[in-house]
Design a protein around this ligand. Structure first.
Ligand SMILES: Cc1cc2nc3c(=O)[nH]c(=O)nc-3n(C[C@H](O)[C@H](O)[C@H](O)COP(=O)(O)O)c2cc1C
Length: 184
C-alpha cells in the first residue's frame, strides 16, 4: 500500500555498483507510487549492473552518472540537485561508497552529492557478508550512525554468491516503510 507520508517528498536516489542495483528499480517505482518525486544518480560502477534508461523511464527524470556531464550540469547543476532533495537515499550502498561517505570523500557524482547536501541521508547497505562484517565496514557504519545517517538493513539470508549471512539489501517495500517513518 502507498505510504502517504512520502507524498511530494523529493528523493534523490543514489545507486552504487552492487549486484542488488536491480532492486533499486523497484524502489523507484514504489517511491513514485507513494507520491514521491525521485531523481536518480548512479556511480560509474553501478552502470555495469543496470542501465540509465531503466531509471530514466521509472523516475521520469534524466539520470546522472558523472560530475562531468555538461548537458546535465546546464539543466540542473550537481549542487542544485543536492539542494533539490528533501532526502538522499543510497541504495544499494556498497562497502566502497560507505567508506567514502564516512571519510567525506567526494571523488565522483554520488559522493559529491552526499557531501554537498544538507538533506538527511539514508543508506541501505548491500554486500557480501564478509565485507559487511569486516571491522572497517563496521567502524564506518558506527561513524555514519553517530552522524545521524539512517541505516536500513542489511538483511540476513542467501547472498548472490551462493553463501548466506548478513548483507542482503532490504526489500524495496521495507525501505519505503522506513523512509515513510523518517518523513513524519
Ligand atoms: C559482480 C560484482 C558484484 C559486486 N557486488 C557488490 C556488492 O553487492 N556490494 C559491494 O559493496 N560491492 C560489490 N562489488 C564491488 C563493487 O562493485 C566495487 O567495490 C566498486 O568499486 C564499487 O563502486 P561504487 O561504490 O562507486 O559503486 C561487486 C563487484 C562485482 C564485479
Amino acid at each position: 500500500m502507498a505510504d502517504a507520508r512520502l507524498k511530494d517528498q523529493r528523493i534523490l536516489l543514489c545507486v552504487c555498483g552492487g549486484i542488488a542495483a536491480y532492486k533499486a528499480a523497484e524502489l523507484v517505482r514504489r517511491l513514485r507510487d507513494a507520491g514521491a518525486q525521485v531523481q536518480v544518480a548512479m556511480t560509474g560502477e553501478a552502470t555495469h549492473f543496470v542501465g540509465t534508461p531503466t531509471f530514466q523511464a521509472l523516475s521520469g527524470f534524466p539520470v546522472r552518472t558523472s560530475l562531468w556531464d555538461e548537458a546535465a550540469e546546464a539543466a540542473m547543476g550537481h549542487i542544485e540537485l543536492a539542494r533539490w532533495a528533501d532526502r538522499v537515499v543510497v541504495a544499494p550502498a556498497t562497502a566502497n561508497t560507505l567508506a567514502k561517505l564516512t571519510h567525506g570523500l567526494a571523488d565522483d557524482l554520488v559522493t559529491t552529492l552526499c557531501l554537498a547536501t544538507i538533506a538527511p541521508i539514508t543508506v541501505c547497505p548491500a554486500m557480501n557478508h564478509r565485507m559487511w562484517l569486516h571491522p572497517a565496514t563496521q567502524a564506518n557504519m558506527a561513524t555514519l550512525r553517530e552522524r545521524g545517517v539512517q541505516v536500513v538493513g542489511p538483511e540476513d539470508g542467501p547472498l548472490a554468491e551462493g553463501e548466506s549471512g548478513p548483507g542482503r539489501l532490504s526489500e524495496p517495500e521495507a525501505i519505503v516503510a522506513a523512509l515513510g517513518g523518517a518523513a513524519r
